[in-house]
Design a protein around this ligand. Structure first.
Ligand code: THU
Length: 136
């Protein structure tokens, strides 16, 4: 599901923090919430979803991005990522973000929806392997 809104960074952070109560994280007990804003203004949320076979776990950021891509959205303005203690996106999520654009803003948020770091995908993943490398 998505909703269409032109939201502020603070609202995106609040949406990400609101996901913390919905995560499926019985093994790590480390909830992560995400809220992704597309260039067209839609919002897709994500949570981390763990599995008894630990490596099958998927991060909140990728859930949000894959939800969006599965609905035909591939241009992203911003993503807010919320954790209890201001954790930053993992390398796999940074690579998935980079696939869809390195200018996307990233708001690192805590459980109180305070934005504690504002950055970009380009800054989070310098030297990313990008789709252009596979062209021609
Ligand atoms: N996790 C995320 O959801 N996003 C990240 O970028 C880092 C890690 C999740 C995966 C796992 O459920 C828990 O946090 C602990 O690693």
């Amino acid at each position: 599901m998505s909703q269409t809104n032109d939201v502020s960074p603070q609202t995106l952070a609040a949406l990400a923090a609101a996901q913390l109560s919905k995560t499926y994280s019985p093994y790590s007990h480390y909830p992560v919430g995400a809220a992704l804003q597309t260039a067209s203004g839609k919002i897709y949320t994500g949570i981390n979803i763990e599995n008894a076979a630990y490596p099958v776990t998927i991060c909140a950021e990728r859930v949000a991005i894959f939800k969006a891509v599965s609905e035909g959205e591939k241009e992203f303005a911003a993503i807010a990522v919320a954790t209890e203690n201001g954790g930053t996106p993992c390398g796999s999520c940074r690579q998935v973000m980079a696939e869809f654009g390195t200018d996307t803003k990233v708001y690192i948020t805590n459980k109180n929806a305070e934005i504690i770091q504002e950055t970009t995908v380009a800054d989070l993943l310098p030297g990313a392997f990008l789709p252009e490398k596979l062209e021609g």
